[in-house]
Ligand binder design. Sequence first.
Ligand SMILES: [Mg+2]
Length: 148
Amino acid sequence: MNILVDRPAEVLLVEDNDNDVFITRKGFEEAELDVNLHHVENGQECMRFLRKEGRYVDVPTPDLILLDLNMPVMDGREVLTEIVRDGRLCELPVVILTTSCGKQDVHDMYKLRCSSYIFKPVDFTQFQRLIQQLTDYWFTVVVLPPEE
Ligand SMILES: [Mg+2]
């Protein structure tokens, strides 16, 4: 049974590129699932969000994190490293969503046990399809960590 039957899915998008934020938001709006999309623009804000610090005191714990790799201030590599070292955060599913196709990045992120590594499609229709597939998989197939 899906644990999300009676509430929207909470997704945290960690992304510095405005255009990517826009098309991801659009993609979720069109997806056939009730999703609250939260957005932060760098890794440092992501860690504050996850730790509910400062203005993030009332945010929900995300069911899924979509993490860009290349960002200013604190990048996706540093974020995933910190998440896996934090006992309270390490069970959160983290999907890398990036334009980087460097082999080393793929190796490194799986070594840090990312939940999936996805290349961002450039084409909007493909992006749309990806978001639909992603929501189908993560919110109707997968059993997510139960809420405390
Ligand atoms: Mg970026």
